[in-house]
Structures are given as structure tokens and as C-alpha cells.
Design a protein. Structure first.
Length: 264
């Protein structure tokens, strides 16, 4: 498993979303994400002429789009983990996120996969943004090495959608697997996030994709298959909100944000 080298990767896949009640609403669309090994990468540039770091390009990754927007990313994530007594995530930190496309991005959720030095997955940080410009992080930590595919939970404390109350909990499953097809190792990553309100299961969502090395060829393919992808993300959010409004799904006013930017 995980045969690809520790260098910047690109995931080509899909977002899927199903709302179960009071009116059913389902959609899926193609996306691509970056998978960045932050310790290995350091301050280095990204290995594609179409994808730059901290400067404008067709695709770009800006450090300030994550964490607190000011502290260097590795320093920020290490401080966050240690503040929560996760002292042994001293291995690779993989950040999975949407890149900017032509300078624009909205990231509903990014994932920080935090490993021990021996390669074991130790903790996952889910970095959530809402359309009000607010950000909150959920720390998923079992207290020891974490197995891919295990079910993880977190209490919902952050307002995301006006069609969901701030109540209940999330159920997470993360899978990273390798399959050999025609002599080639195909590595796939899946993040499932299901949401239960106080009445039971409400939303079923997933982000999935096949991983490959970030290169001129893979970046070109991603941009050709999904042009203006990040503009489409925010457009689809508002389109689906309109569909729910038309279906008369109850509307919840935005509450005050949580007093802490981190929960677990």
C-alpha cells in the first residue's frame, strides 16, 4: 500500500452528496485535489509548470489558505497537535485540498493526514470552511495509531449549511488503498463524511479519487477535464441551496461561531 513516492500528488475523482430528508436531494460531480507531503515538500515549489506555490498560475497552492493563514503550515499543524497531546505525529503530514484555479478557491473541507515517523497514521484534522469566511478544525484522534477504514466521530459545533442545524455528529471513514491493474499500481483515496442530526442519518457525502504524481501532464489533464473547477464548487453550493429552498427544506439562521477554532 502507498507505493507512490513522497512527492506532490494529484487526485482525480468525484464528490458525492445525498440528503435523506425531509426532501431527498442527490448530486455528484468531478473534481481534482492536491495531496501534498508537507514535511518532504518543505518550502519547495510544486513539480508542474501549471501549478505554482504562493503565486498566480492556472493552478496554485497558497500556504495562507490553510491553518491560521499566518503561521508556516508545518509549525501550525505541529503546534495544534501538541496542544491536544498528540506528541508522536512526527512523520509525514499529507494535506489534501482543492488548489486555486486562476487564483480562486473555496475549500468546503481539507484533510490533514498526520503520520508517525514509522508511517502509521496517527491523527486526521478536518479543516472546514463556510461561505461566511469562517473556519473550524475537527481533530480525529483515537489516542494511538489509527487504521485506515476505521469509523471516527465528532460532535458538530460549526455552522456550514443554512439547511442543517448545529446539532448531532459527523461519522468519518478514510480509505487509502492500492490495486494492481494491468501491471500498474493504482492508488485510491476516499473520505466519507456522514452527518446525523438529532433525528438520525441526514447527509451522506464522500470525496474520492485516483492518485498520480503531480506533473505537467496530470495538471493539464485535470484542467482540461474540469475547467474552472473551483468556480464550479461555489456555484454548485448555491444551486443546491436553491433546490433545497424550492423543496421547502427548513431554514436555520446562522448561530454565533464556536468560541474555539478546534474541536474533537
Amino acid at each position: 500500500m502507498h507505493n507512490l513516492p513522497k512527492q506532490a500528488l494529484l487526485s482525480m475523482g468525484q464528490v458525492r452528496h445525498t440528503r435523506l430528508r425531509p426532501a431527498q436531494n442527490t448530486f455528484s460531480y468531478g473534481v481534482f485535489t492536491l495531496m501534498l507531503p508537507l514535511r518532504t515538500l518543505g518550502d519547495a515549489a510544486l513539480p508542474s509548470r501549471l501549478c505554482s506555490r504562493n503565486r498566480f498560475n492556472v493552478m496554485s497552492f497558497y500556504d495562507r489558505d490553510h491553518g491560521d493563514g499566518k503561521t508556516p503550515l508545518l509549525q501550525w499543524i505541529d503546534q495544534l497537535l501538541k496542544s491536544e497531546q498528540v506528541d508522536d505525529a512526527d512523520g509525514e503530514i499529507w494535506l489534501q485540498t482543492f488548489p486555486r484555479v486562476l487564483g480562486y478557491v473555496f475549500n468546503p473541507v481539507s484533510f490533514w493526514y498526520c503520520h508517525r515517523s514509522n508511517g502509521e497514521l496517527r491523527a486526521i484534522v478536518c479543516e472546514v470552511n463556510n461561505t461566511f469566511g469562517e473556519r473550524h478544525c475537527y481533530l480525529l484522534d483515537t489516542g494511538d495509531a489509527m487504521s485506515w477504514g476505521v469509523s471516527l466521530t465528532a460532535k458538530k459545533v460549526f455552522h456550514v449549511s443554512p439547511f442543517c442545524a448545529v446539532e448531532g455528529s459527523y461519522r468519518f471513514r478514510f480509505m487509502r488503498t492500492t490495486q494492481t491493474i494491468d501491471g500498474r499500481d493504482i492508488e485510491r483515496i476516499v473520505a466519507r463524511i456522514d452527518y446525523d442530526d438529532n433525528e438520525g442519518p441526514l447527509l451522506l457525502t464522500s470525496v474520492s479519487g485516483v492518485l498520480s504524481q503531480l506533473s505537467n501532464a496530470s495538471a493539464t489533464e485535470a484542467c482540461l477535464r474540469h475547467p474552472l473547477m473551483t468556480f464550479g464548487v461555489i456555484a454548485r453550493i448555491h444551486w443546491q441551496a436553491l433546490r433545497l429552498f424550492i423543496k421547502r427544506v427548513p431554514f436555520f439562521s446562522k448561530p454565533l461561531p464556536p468560541t474555539s477554532s478546534l474541536s474533537r
